[in-house]
Design a binder for this molecule. Structure first.
Ligand code: MRU
Length: 357
């Protein structure tokens, strides 16, 4: 596979006739590449809930297409009837996962597109929804590219980069956020060595990140999450690169469970820890990370999923938070599409994106 076949993968798109959303089922990778064509509300909800589509930006794009597809089928005869149906679908899709803000933000952007066009005929409102969903997708492509360019300011040829979870093309559009710099640098002839945390319990690092990097010809090594300390101590890591699911106004960052542990280790070993963040993932309504709702998932993900036999007794209690919050003071910089923000983040994020507050 060429780098471009990884960075330009169609992970989320509208079907050709626009009546469904087509995704790669990420829950089956890397063993099977299966495309799903989804058009029922329950299936669209389930695809997000079960991480068939995952990664904050990809979920946001998917949700925008999903609500367009559901709206386009309406038989409503008045705006009121149309908006009541739309609102029901919006809230239903929004209930599929709580932590990544992109899901909520993009559904509400679609809502704004409906309200702004309320004086128009229903087919025109539906056309406006399609335009908005396509715009959201294009914007994400541009943001990923710009973030990846800024990331190149932070690396040197030969860098060892540790990453957690998956913030590549599958989780976004095109280059990705946390992995974008690695792909863009590789395209320009740079060589990095990526160290990939497997990312328990759903193994996004092992299943998705190492897959993307390997297919793009990036030198990469997979490690269990509890091996990050030794590779840092052995001097193999020059920087940590991660994505994010919701960044609070003060820079506190929710990302896949285990991210904050990586940041704490990085601080201990004096290694820079960078968050790659499209502005669509900043939530100015959350003052700090304490305001971010953390998703808790089924204990079977810890005890039985991916194992031939259960690894613990059925009666053993499990706690399965899907995300944690990395405190802003552990983050060396937040890389956005408009530039690189440094502490204090309340000021640096507001300076670039204050108009969105
Ligand atoms: O549970 P997931 O796989 O959706 O979690 C995804 C992550 O934590 C990613 O790091 C994050 O969404 C950033 S994707 C650019």
């Amino acid at each position: 596979m060429s780098i471009e076949s990884v960075t330009h993968i169609d992970n989320v798109k509208l079907s050709e006739n626009g009546s469904a959303v087509v995704i790669i089922d990420q829950s089956l990778l890397p063993n099977e590449t299966v495309y799903l064509t989804l058009d029922k509300a329950e299936d669209l909800w389930e695809a997000i809930y079960s991480l068939r589509v995952r990664g904050a930006p990809a979920i946001g794009i998917f949700a925008a297409y999903a609500i367009y597809v559901l709206s386009a089928r309406t038989k409503a005869e008045s705006f009121e009837e149309f908006y009541a149906e739309f609102s029901k679908n919006r809230d239903y899709l929004d209930s599929s996962r709580p932590t990544a803000v992109n899901l909520h933000t993009m559904l509400w952007r679609m809502d704004a597109a409906v309200r702004e066009n309320r004086e128009k005929k229903i087919p025109e409102i539906i056309a406006a929804l399609k335009d908005e969903a396509l715009k959201i997708h294009r914007e994400d492509m541009d943001m990923c590219r710009a973030i990846s360019e800024y990331g190149l300011e932070l690396v040197k040829d030969g860098f060892g980069i540790l990453t957690h979870c998956n913030a590549g093309p599958l989780a976004t559009s095109r280059y990705g956020t946390g992995l974008g710099t690695i792909f863009l640098g590789k395209e320009r002839g740079m060589e990095f060595h990526a160290w990939v945390d497997e990312t328990r319990p759903l193994l996004q690092g092992a299943r998705l990140t190492s897959y993307e990097l390997q297919k793009a010809g990036v030198d990469c090594t997979l490690i269990c999450d509890n091996m990050a300390s030794i590779v840092m101590k052995e001097g193999k890591i020059n920087a940590c690169f991660v994505g994010c699911d919701r960044v609070a106004a003060n820079g506190d960052t929710a990302n896949k469970i285990g991210t904050s542990g990586v940041a704490i280790l990085a601080k201990h070993y004096g290694i820079p820890f960078y968050v790659f963040c499209p502005s669509s993932t900043i939530d100015f309504d959350c003052k700090t990370g304490a305001d971010i709702k953390i998703e808790e998932r089924n204990p079977d993900e810890i005890k039985t999923k991916f194992f031939e036999k259960p690894v613990a007794l059925p009666e053993v209690k499990c706690y399965n938070p899907a995300f944690d919050v990395t405190d802003a003071d552990l983050i060396t910089a937040i890389v956005t599409e408009k530039g690189i923000c440094r502490a204090p983040y309340t000021e640096s994020l507001a300076a670039l994106f204050g108009d969105r507050k």
